[in-house]
Design a protein around this ligand. Sequence first.
Ligand code: CP3
Length: 358
Amino acid sequence: MVYSNKDFPALKNDRLLRAATGKEVDKVPVWVMRQAGRYLPEFQAVRAQHDFFTVCRTPELACEVTLQPLRRYEHLDASIIFSDILVIPQALGMTVEMHPGVGPVFPTPLQSPSEIDQLQEDGAVSRLTYVGDAITLTRHKIEGKVPLIGFTGAPFTLMGYMIEGGGSKTMSKTKEWLEKYPKDVHKLLSLLTRVIIDYLVMQVESGAQLLQVFESSADHLTKEQFAEISAPYLKDIRTGVQQKLEQKKLEQVPMTVFAKGGGHSLDVQATLGYETIGLDWTVDPVEARKIVGDNITLQGNLDPQDLYKTPEEIKKMTIDMVQKFGKHRYIANLGHGITPQTPLESMTAFTEAVHEAL
Ligand code: CP3
């Protein structure tokens, strides 16, 4: 059966979208970054049969793992489409492999700025239609239970992976580029920004109801660097998506920016036009609210490591966190992705506690 990106089942739980747009909610909405992931035995079972990027590229498999956490945890108020931020470098022609126990590996990372011209910007988004197909299929299969979030990596974070060839503790090569080739860096960030805007619009066209932009490597940037290397592109993405949705007569969707380690730049983040700002666990909820004001939703921010505590301790910490954020303009989440060894009952304790807190 071919699924259409129209006539989706009606949404039954709109807490996430209400919180993101500043409307009143009956309960604080909750979801978890990487909620479809290795802590779930049913996810491991799919991964035992299929390579990571095969799951991403096969709409039926991506849909299945997206739905897995919803089947197990009745308190989840959102789903996020199963994919990865590194599908964009792939669509630009780079090879990315997922090595178990290591993470993503680029066998041939960018070695000099001259290689930027070899990236295949033309047609990049058309090579990502499998993500749109997964979103459309999932919007049908989810039966309106909760909204479906689409996402992308932000330009600086993607550039870092493309230059380092994988995750890096120091980002030394990327920092060398920032120092030596500032013009080429901006050329690459602009290229990525253009692709990201069209990719996100395609996700909305396919059925995504909220979009999150992951600037996961912001922890490597000073406040000054964040303002120069990250913020302008994040802003262009927010504005670009809004304009293109308008041109295409598509409904606007709320957007979230999550800059991990970007707690030093919440003032700047508040000027970028995003409805929601995601916080990592190092940021104090009360301080964050003071900085961003009352017209932005905050999302976060329990330390994923706290999910290794007892269910009683998790409940206590979660209730404490939710009370600090308050019910208005707040989406509960972790301060980064859930980790592979997290006990299954920790998720129950966390999601239940959010709904019971206020
Ligand atoms: O949140 C979700 O449930 C949606 C799925 C999702 C994945 N990756 C699945 C995944 C999302 C939103 C991402 C985004 C992503 N990918 C980011 C940004 C968010 C963040 O964590 O900061 C980044 C930096 C990546 C790149 C990436 N993908 C890394 C560094 C790794 C290895 C991580 C590790 O712990 O080994 C991945 C792999 C990955 N992406 C897994 C999952 C479920 C685990 C790999 C596996 O199944 O073998």
